[in-house]
Each structure stands twice: as C-alpha cells, then as structure tokens.
Design a protein around this ligand. Structure first.
Ligand SMILES: [Zn+2]
Length: 294
C-alpha cells in the first residue's frame, strides 16, 4: 500500500470508529432519556369489573372499560388525566363488566385501533360497542395468538384469544406487555384451561406484575401457573362484597403462600404502577370511578 493509500485507510478506519462511538453515545442517551416521561399502568377501581390504562409517555392503551354504569365516570377520570386519544382500546371479552363502559370511551375519545375477540353475543353492552364503533368508522379488529401490538417502545403480545361463544371468559384476549426489562401479564377473565394451554404451548409467561385472572376466582391462578409466571406483584380487580365472593380464598392462599404482595381494587382503590430508571413503584389512590354503591 502506498502512502496515500495508508492515509486513506486510516481516515476510513477513524470514521468507522467515530461512527461506533457516536452510535454508542446516542444509544445510551436514548436509554436514559427514555425514562424521562411517565410510563404507568393504572388498574382503575371500577368495582366488580375491570379497566386498565397504560400510559407510555403520552401513548395510551385502554384494556376494558368497566360496567355500563361506570362509563361516564370512567370517561371523566380519563379526561382528567389529560387523555384525548387512545392508540389502542381492547375489549378483552363480551361480558358487561369489561365492555359495558367502552361505548362511552369510543364516543368521547379518538380511538386509533380497537380489538376484541371474534366471539360476540347479542347483548346490549356488545351492541352498544359495535354501534359506537360504526358511528365513528372505527374498525373492529380481531387479534390472532402471537400477534404483537406495538406502542412506541412498548410491545404487547397476544398470548390467547378464542372464538368461544359458550365460554366467554375463556375467549378473553390475554396480553403480555414488555417495556424494557419489565413485563406485565393481563389475564382478563380466563380460567385454568387457558392457563394450562399457555403452559403447554411453551410461551413465556414470566412477568413482574400479574393481573390475576377472573377477579381472583379459585378456578384460575393454579400453583403450576403461578410458578411459571413468578410475579413480584399480583393485582386483583374486584368489587367490595361482590355477589361472586371474589377473590376466592383458595386463589388468595396460593398467592399468599408464595409471599407475593397482593393489591386489590376493592381494598386499595385504583392501583398505579410506575416504571422509571430505578425500577417499579406502586401507588394506590381512591378515585371516584367506582359507582358500585351509588
Ligand atoms: Zn369479569
């Protein structure tokens, strides 16, 4: 190699090195900046029903919308948080305690994408949701198992969804959220047959936070399943003195035996998980979103 060749070679080499250094710095600044801004998961107290809000620095997903009677107060609460648009609204399954209030949400907010299982029953709650979607020309999407829903740097994997009209609980959309190293598992109202299926499919169910299946029923959260999830926190969404006796003591005991801290909407109100560079923190706050006794 002549002298000019050597110089050119060195310069190219330096540029390549510089490229990697800049890339490395960018990457790390990005990682740090990523935590500036709120990443929060709200388990909203809507009594014997469910509504979960995920905020990824101003991008929002709503999983379920409580009972029909919760619709108005839920909308008010969501607006008080400064939300006017949802990237995703998910109706996990066609029962009223999950989709009852969703028609209010669809009417009052911009909704980019809506998902529900194909399973539909001709109930008033379900028809209200479909009517609200049609009125705003929002498409009814049915997810498939293994589908990934991306929300900025957060991803949601659809672990289960079934066309099962005879058993709506087990038709539920089960989602696993991953944000950096943190994982949340949202079980909706499925019971042990779906837990079994997830375990035998070999899908990774391990999660930091488990939204316990079906309001803490004894027919889910088996020992085997809890071993696989190995959660650091468990959340049970249920109403005070509900007609079903949720959460059932068998499920509670299986969680307690593992020394998993349990948060409950009937006792704690709305439960808010925040993720920042120091890890996960939990807050509980009484909100006026529970209209159960009014
Ligand atoms: Zn339910």
């Amino acid at each position: 190699m002549n002298k000019i060749g050597k110089i050119a070679f060195t310069i190219i080499g330096l540029f390549i090195l510089l490229f990697f250094i800049v890339d490395y710095i960018n990457d790390n600044t990005l990682k740090y900046n990523d935590y500036n801004g709120n990443v929060e998961v709200y388990f909203i107290d809507v009594g014997e029903a469910e509504s979960i809000l995920i905020n990824n620095k101003g991008s929002y997903m709503l999983i379920d919308g409580g009972n029909n009677k919760d619709g108005k107060v839920l909308v008010k609460y969501l607006k008080s948080l400064g939300i006017n648009r949802f990237n995703y609204v998910i109706g996990t399954h066609a029962h009223e305690d999950h989709i009852g209030g969703l028609d209010y949400v669809i009417k009052e907010f911009d909704v980019e994408k809506f998902y529900m299982p194909v399973t539909a029953v001709p109930t008033l709650s379900y028809e209200d949701v479909v009517k609200a979607l049609n009125k705003k020309n929002i498409k009814y999407n049915v997810p498939y198992e293994g589908e990934i829903l991306n929300m900025d740097d957060m991803k949601f994997e659809v672990l289960s969804v079934k066309d099962n009209k005879d058993d709506l609980n087990n038709s539920s959309i089960v989602l696993k959220m991953t944000y950096k190293d943190y994982k949340f598992l949202f079980m909706a109202d499925v019971e042990s047959p779906i837990e079994e299926e997830l375990l035998s499919s070999g899908v990774d169910v391990e999660a930091d936070v488990l939204k316990v299946a079906h309001h803490g029923t004894r027919y889910a959260s088996t020992d085997k399943f809890l071993s696989a999830v190995n959660p650091k926190y468990a959340v049970i969404m249920c109403g005070k003195d509900n007609d079903y006796g949720h959460p059932h003591k068998q499920a509670l005991n299986r969680l307690k035996n593992r020394h998993i801290p349990i948060y409950r909407t009937d006792l704690d109100g709305t439960i808010i998980f925040k993720i920042n560079k120091d890890g996960i923190t939990v807050d509980t706050v009484k909100t006026n979103t529970n209209v159960e006794d009014k």
